[in-house]
Structures are given as structure tokens and as C-alpha cells.
Design a protein around this ligand. Sequence first.
Ligand SMILES: NC(=O)c1ccc[n+]([C@@H]2O[C@H](COP(=O)([O-])OP(=O)(O)OC[C@H]3O[C@@H](n4cnc5c(N)ncnc54)[C@H](OP(=O)(O)O)[C@@H]3O)[C@@H](O)[C@H]2O)c1
Length: 295
Amino acid sequence: MRIAVTGSRGQVARALAERAAGCGAEVVPLGRPRLDLAEPATILPAFESAAPDIIVNAGAYTAVDKAESEEALAQRINGFGAGNVADAGNRLGVPVIQFSTDYVFDGNFERPYRECDTPRPINAYGRSKLAGEQAVQKATRKHVILRTAWVYSPFGTNFVRTILRLGDAQDHIRVVADQFGQPSSALDIADAVLAICSHLKAHPDENRLFGIFHMAGASDTSWADFAAAICAEAERHGRPRVGITPIATDRYPTAARRPMNTRLDTGKLHESYGVSLPSWRDSLPAVVARLLQSG
Ligand SMILES: NC(=O)c1ccc[n+]([C@@H]2O[C@H](COP(=O)([O-])OP(=O)(O)OC[C@H]3O[C@@H](n4cnc5c(N)ncnc54)[C@H](OP(=O)(O)O)[C@@H]3O)[C@@H](O)[C@H]2O)c1
């Protein structure tokens, strides 16, 4: 099975390349400049030459704060770009897996969000990802939109790497304690995507396999508790103790507003595919170990 993956240097794309090697799938990474989501003319030719069985659009404009001042570019990449990827999938007759985000929601719910809840993004990044969902839905019936959250991995920039770096220089770190979500390891996401690809290959016309699905780590937490767990794990590897000072969101101003509670109900993914991600508590130690090893 050949899986073409956009955003080749991103966390999810690199995790997919690593995990596919162990299960007989072939990942064809398509990064810039060969495939630039902001350059429509590059998209179809890149997929035509990759000749995939399935397309995974993991590339995205992911700079949440910068998107506030670059909303047009975020829309071009995450909105139109995603639509063009899905259009290419439709022309080639292959399913398209599109990544989206918990940030399509406003975060005001008490309970976890379900796929049928109305998205109401409160920042430019969320608006651009919602535009991407809508463009993909319009371009191809054979879409699987995976809303994930709080992605971390041994690759690229992410919260775990940032906390380990800050912990090298400080013995206390102030971290927001009133935003809640589900940390999701890109390696777990990759395993889940590979399982989804196998189902899609085996049952290409099964309607219940298409649509929007929530896919995030099995347990929720706050950024502060997540940071405390990261520091505890680093301490187990001989790093000095680092204290976490919990603070409220309004004590940590950012360009983009963040939704307060984006817990996702992942039951539909489990019912349709038999797939669910493990808890971040089980997956975090291996990622911290790799990040500490790689310096
Ligand atoms: N990270 C999170 O916490 C999170 C949470 C929820 C949902 N998601 C979604 O999950 C997906 C994967 O996220 P991730 O964490 O793997 O993202 P990431 O590590 O930030 O990687 C994004 C990738 O997209 C590429 N990219 C940016 N602009 C592009 C363009 N114009 N054309 C082609 N590629 C472009 C980047 O390329 P360069 O390496 O060249 O810059 C990078 O490789 C994204 O759709 C994201 O929106 C992420």
C-alpha cells in the first residue's frame, strides 16, 4: 500500500514514515517545494507522480499565534490547500485522510465534543482548519477528517520539547492550568492512521468509514499537569527537579485566544474502525527518552 503524505518534515508525517516501515506500507513523503499547499499548481502533479493508494494531508500552517497576523496565508494553506489535495484525491480515485484540530471548537462545553457538535473557532488557525474541513468535504466523498489535539513527538517543535528545554535553564516554569485537552503522541497517531488505511484499502466503498472522526489520546489533562509529568519523567532520567507553577490563562497572554476545554469524544472512531489512541501517560515516557537522548 502506497501512502502519499504531505508536510514531510512535520511531526505526524515523520511518525508515519517511521511506523510504516514496520508494517509493510510505503510512505511517499511530499514536502515543499515539490508539493506546496500554497501553490495549487504543484499539488495534482505531485500526487500523480507518487501514484498513491491513499493520500494523507498532514501538512499545514500550524503556527497558532502567528496565524493571527497571517490569516490569509493560513487560509491559503489550510483551507484552499486542503481542498486542492482532496480534489486531487478525487481525480485519482483514492481516499483522502485530512488532519484537523480540536481548535475548531470554542472550548465552552462541559462535556467532551462530539463530531456532530457545531464548530465555532475562536482564532485564525481554527478558522483556517475549519475551512479546510469544509473544502475537503466538498471536493471528495471519500474523505476521512481526523480532528486531533495537543500533538507531541520526538520530532520537530512541540510542548514536550519546549518544557524539556525550559527545564534545562529554569528550576521553576509557569504553565497554564485552566486549559484542558488530550495530549496525543504522533507515533500513536501514525499507528492509528496505518490501521485506518488498511480498513480503507480493504473496504473502499463502505460509507461508515468516511466522514469526520475525533482521534486523540485516551485521557485528558491541563497543560500544567502535562508539564509536571514531563518534568517527572525527565527527573527519572537524572535531570534536576523542576517545579511547575500553575497559572491562569489570563496570566499568559498570547496573540491567539485558546479554547479552554477541547476534550474530544473519540467513540465514533472506535465504533467505525476499532481504533483508539492510548493514554498520553503510557506514551509520554518513550518520547521523553528519545528527546533526552537526541539532546
Ligand atoms: N501540532 C498540534 O498540536 C496539532 C493539534 C491538532 C491538530 N493538528 C493538525 O495535525 C496535522 C499535523 O500536525 P503536525 O504537528 O505534524 O504539524 P507540524 O509538525 O507543524 O508540521 C506541519 C508540516 O506542514 C508543512 N507545511 C507548512 N506549510 C506548508 C505548505 N505551504 N506546503 C506544504 N507543506 C507545508 C511544514 O513544512 P516545513 O517543515 O517545511 O515547515 C511541516 O512539515 C496538521 O494538520 C495540524 O493542523 C496538530
